[in-house]
Design a protein around this ligand. Structure first.
Ligand code: 5AD
Ligand code: SF4
Length: 536
C-alpha cells in the first residue's frame, strides 16, 4: 500500500475493479472516498493524486476499500498498487500554453504549466510540435473571445498531419462551455478557471483516452493551489491571494467566468512568499480581480493592509505590488501601509471606468464620481508620492457627450500616470446586455482617440517633471542593439538607460535625463541602491 508525503503529486498504477480511499493514518476518521475513480477498465489504470490540500500536512495512505463487484457481479480481489515515478505519466509528452488576457491569466498559465511539469510533461517551444496545446483564454471583450476561435481554426489546419490534444482553458471555456466541442470538435478539454483544482483528474482522463473532458462548475469554495508553478518572469513572482469576483458590474463577464470570490489563508500566502524569496525573487505582485477585497479566511484575520505589511517584512523581498484594486474597498489603512513601508511599491491601479456618476450608477460600480475622488484625495495626501493608474470604458450604454466630458475632466483632475482604455463591448449574461448598445462604434472610436490623446499629454507633462530626479530601478531587460538596460521604478515607470546585460535583476539608482509620455530615459548614478530604499 503506497504511503505518500502530503504535498506530493504521485502517480499510481493499479489493476482491477475496486473502490479506494485516501486515509490519514493519524486521523483515520478523516477518510476521503475516491469511489469516483473506481477502476472500471481491464488492465492498468493510472491515477494521479494531489494529496496536500485534501488531507492537510501529514502522511497519508492510499487504501483500497476492499474488493467490490464488477458490473457482471464477479468479485475481484483487491488490486496491487505500484507507485510510479511522476515522470511516467507524461513521459515523452510535450505541452505548449498560449495565454490571452490579463495578469491573472498569465499567472494561471504558470500554475497550469506547473501541474503538467509535475506529471512529467516537458515544455515545447512552440505549438508546431507540442503533443498537448492549451489556450488560456480571455472573454472580457468580444474581440478577445473571437481570437480564440480563430486560433483553434488555425491550429487545426497547421497540425492536420499530426494533430495535438487541444484544450481551451479560462474565461472563454467557462463562458462557451460544451458548445466549444460543437464549434471546434477537435478540442478535447474545456476547463474554466474555477475548476483548475480538478485539472490532475481531468488530465488523467485524457491520458486514458478520454475524448471530451470538461470542468465547468462554478460551485467552488477553493482556490487553485499547485505544488509546482512555472515562473515565466525571472525577478517578479505573481501570487494569487483572492480568486473570482463578487461585484456585479453591469458590463462585466468576470463574475460569470471566474466564479465567486474566495480568499486564500494568509499563512499560506506568507509561506509562498518566504519560499519565493528563498528562490531569489525580490518582487512580489499580489493578484486578484478585486485584490483589496481580500478577506483572510484563517484565524489570523489579517486585513488586506496588514497582509501587505507582513509580506513586505519578509527578508529578501524588496518590492511588493498589488493588482487590481476596487475603489469601494480601497481604505485609508492601505495608504497608511504604503506610507509606512518603503518595500510596498508606491503605485495603485484604481479603475474608475467613467467620470460620470450617472454612468457609474448604470455600471453598478457602487461609487460616485465624488466617492472615487475622495479615494484619490486620500492617496494624494500620503507623504510618499504614489502613482495612480486606471481603466476607462468609453461608449458604455447611454453614455452622452456630457458624460464623456466628465471622464475627460477626471483625467485632468486626477493626473493619472497610466490609463488603459477600452471601447464598451456588450458581453453575454451581463445585465447591460439587455440595454441598447447605443453609442455607434465610430463614435466609441472617436472618444477613445480623444481620451488617449489627452492622457498622452498628461503623461508627458507628469514625466517631464521627473527629469533630474533619481529613482531606484529594477533592471528587467537589456536591448543588445542599443546597449540599453530597461527597468522599472517602484512607481511602475519604465526607464531606459545605458547599461550591461549582467545588470538584469539588479536594483540600480538612475537619474532621469529626459522623458517621453510612456517612458523615461536616464543614466546610472554611483553604486547600487540599498534594499528597499524609497527614493520617490
Ligand atoms: N467592454 C469593455 N471593457 C471592459 N472591461 C471589462 N468589461 C468590459 C466590457 N464589457 C474593462 C474594464 C476592466 C478591464 C479589465 O476591462 O475597464 O477594468
Ligand atoms: Fe468585473 Fe467589476 Fe468584478 Fe472588476 S469588479 S472583475 S469590472 S465585475
Amino acid at each position: 500500500m503506497p504511503i505518500v508525503t502530503s504535498g506530493q503529486i504521485r502517480a499510481f498504477e493499479y489493476r482491477g475493479i475496486f473502490n479506494w480511499s485516501i486515509v490519514n493514518p493519524k486521523r483515520p476518521f478523516r477518510t476521503l472516498p475516491c469511489a469516483d475513480f473506481a477502476g472500471h477498465a481491464q488492465g492498468f489504470y493510472v491515477y494521479c493524486c494531489r494529496v496536500a490540500s485534501l488531507m492537510g500536512n501529514e502522511l497519508v495512505q492510499i487504501r483500497p476499500n476492499g474488493p467490490s463487484s464488477s458490473a457482471s457481479g464477479v468479485v475481484v480481489p483487491p488490486p496491487e498498487f505500484r507507485t510510479l515515478p511522476p515522470e511516467t505519466v507524461g513521459a515523452g509528452k510535450t505541452f505548449y500554453i498560449e495565454t490571452f488576457g490579463c495578469q491573472m491569466n498569465e499567472h494561471d498559465s504558470e500554475k497550469v504549466a506547473g501541474v503538467l511539469l509535475a506529471r512529467g510533461y516537458r515544455p515545447a517551444d512552440s505549438d508546431d510540435e507540442a503533443d498537448f496545446v492549451l489556450y488560456n483564454t480571455c472573454s472580457i471583450r468580444e474581440k478577445a473571445a473571437q481570437k480564440v476561435f480563430s486560433r483553434l481554426g488555425a491550429i487545426r489546419k497547421e497540425r492536420r498531419s499530426n494533430p495535438p490534444v487541444i484544450g481551451v482553458l479560462g474565461c472563454v471555456a467557462q463562458q462557451e462551455g460544451d458548445q466549444i466541442f460543437e464549434r471546434a470538435p477537435w478540442v478535447s478539454l474545456v476547463c474554466g478557471s474555477a475548476s483548475y483544482s480538478r485539472l490532475p483528474d481531468m488530465l488523467a482522463l485524457l491520458e486514458n483516452g478520454g475524448r471530451r473532458v470538461t470542468g465547468l462548475s462554478l460551485d467552488v469554495d477553493e482556490c487553485f493551489e499547485t505544488e509546482l508553478t512555472r515562473r515565466d518572469h525571472p525577478f517578479r513572482a505573481y501570487l494569487t491571494i483572492i480568486e473570482g469576483c463578487d461585484k456585479a458590474c453591469s458590463y462585466c463577464v468576470v463574475p460569470m467566468t471566474r466564479g465567486p470570490e474566495r480568499s486564500r489563508p494568509s499563512g499560506r500566502i506568507l509561506a509562498d512568499v518566504r519560499r519565493l524569496s528563498s528562490e531569489g525573487f525580490t518582487e512580489i505582485q499580489l493578484l486578484g480581480q478585486t485584490v483589496n477585497s481580500y478577506r483572510d479566511p484563517s484565524a489570523a484575520r489579517l486585513s488586506f493592509a496588514e497582509l501587505l505589511l507582513r509580506v513586505a517584512e519578509i527578508s529578501g523581498i524588496r518590492r511588493v505590488r498589488f493588482m487590481t484594486s476596487h475603489p469601494s474597498d480601497f481604505t485609508a489603512e492601505i495608504v497608511r501601509a504604503i506610507d509606512a513601508e518603503p518595500v510596498l511599491a508606491n503605485h495603485v491601479h484604481l479603475p474608475a471606468q467613467s467620470g460620470s456618476t450617472a454612468v457609474l450608477r448604470r455600471m453598478r460600480r457602487t461609487y460616485s464620481r465624488e466617492g472615487y475622488l475622495e479615494k484619490i484625495h486620500c492617496i494624494r495626501s500620503a507623504r510618499r508620492a504614489i502613482s495612480i493608474s486606471t481603466d476607462i470604458i468609453v461608449g458604455f450604454s447611454g453614455e452622452t457627450e456630457e458624460d464623456f466630458g466628465e471622464t475627460l475632466a477626471l483625467l485632468d483632475q486626477v493626473g493619472y500616470d497610466q490609463v488603459f482604455s477600452f471601447k464598451y463591448s456588450p458581453r453575454p449574461k451581463t445585465l447591460a446586455l439587455s440595454w441598447a448598445d447605443d453609442v455607434p462604434d465610430l463614435e466609441k472610436g472617436r472618444r477613445l482617440t480623444v481620451l488617449q490623446e489627452r492622457q498622452r499629454e498628461i503623461q508627458l507633462e507628469r514625466n517631464r517633471r521627473l527629469v533630474g530626479r533619481e529613482f531606484e530601478v529594477l533592471v528587467e531587460g537589456f536591448q543588445h542593439r542599443l546597449g540599453q538596460a530597461v527597468g522599472r521604478t517602484a512607481s511602475n515607470r519604465v526607464v531606459n538607460f545605458p547599461g550591461e546585460a549582467a545588470w538584469r535583476g539588479r536594483y540600480i539608482t538612475v537619474r532621469v535625463t529626459s522623458a517621453g509620455p510612456n517612458s523615461l530615459v536616464g543614466e546610472r548614478v554611483g553604486g547600487r541602491a540599498e534594499a528597499g530604499t524609497a527614493l520617490e
